[in-house]
Write a protein that binds this ligand. Structure first.
Ligand SMILES: [Zn+2]
Length: 121
């Protein structure tokens, strides 16, 4: 039993795969093109730090993209298992519209809001 139609699931799966491709392409471009990493000021002293800053920027991109990639893979795995679209916190069925807007979501809107209230950034 699933609240999503096979067509909806196929559509969301496509969205996830497209997201995945885009992230990998983006990450590769960032790593290949050094001009993507800008640095403030043009001092000779600063130049010594370019490589370090570039490395840190790439690490930051990688961490962020990897996090999302992991979420995408997780969502794809859940599609395979038939547990996709079910809130992990309360077991509620997540509406198609919400999944369409955010295909990697694992929680219904209520649980997500509760979680975010508890987060301090
Ligand atoms: Zn929930």
């Amino acid at each position: 039993m699933h609240h999503l139609t096979p067509e909806q699931i196929a559509e969301l799966r496509e969205d996830l795969l497209r997201m995945r491709e885009r992230i990998i392409k983006y990450a590769e471009e960032q790593i290949r093109d050094p001009s993507n990493v800008s640095f403030e000021g043009g001092d000779e002293i600063d130049r010594a730090n370019i490589e370090t800053e570039r490395y840190i920027s790439l690490q930051r991109i990688k961490t962020r993209e990897l996090k999302l990639l992991r979420k995408i893979d997780y969502a794809l795995m859940k599609i395979e298992q038939g547990t996709y679209g079910i809130c992990e916190s309360c077991g509620a069925l997540i509406p198609f519209e919400r999944l369409k807007a955010r295909p990697v979501t694992t929680m219904c809107i209520n649980c997500k809001e509760l979680e975010e209230e508890g987060e301090h950034e």
